[in-house]
Write a protein that binds this ligand. Structure first.
Ligand SMILES: [Zn+2]
Length: 107
């Protein structure tokens, strides 16, 4: 079976048409799908760090963060059927969320 190579309309990468949806590669589909959750994750993380410096109870926020990560994982699994690839995507998205945090914190 042959598939066409097309350019992803979001990042410009050349990918197999079999892996694209709405003209976007899998990476960009994942990124877009979890964008909101990633921001939520970064927001909760910053909140927890703030609370921690005040010696407040951060257990509840920790649970919210875990729940957000679960939802991210779930969305990624819907897009990425391969378990190992799904884990890679999740790790990348969580790293990105962390990066967001640091860039905000570092200002
Ligand atoms: Zn792309």
């Amino acid at each position: 079976m042959s598939s066409l190579l097309i350019f992803c309309r979001a990042c410009g990468k050349q990918v197999s048409s079999a892996q694209t949806r709405d003209g976007m590669c899998l990476d960009c589909q994942v990124r877009r799908s979890v964008a909101g959750l990633r921001e939520e994750h970064a927001r909760l993380w910053r909140k927890r760090e703030r609370y921690r410096t005040q010696n407040a109870n951060v257990e509840q926020i920790g649970r919210q963060i875990a729940r957000t990560e679960d939802r991210m994982a779930q969305r990624i699994r819907e897009l990425v059927p391969n378990e190992r690839e799904a884990v890679d995507h999740l790790r990348r998205e969580l790293d990105a969320a962390r990066g967001q945090r640091y860039s905000i914190k570092g200002v």
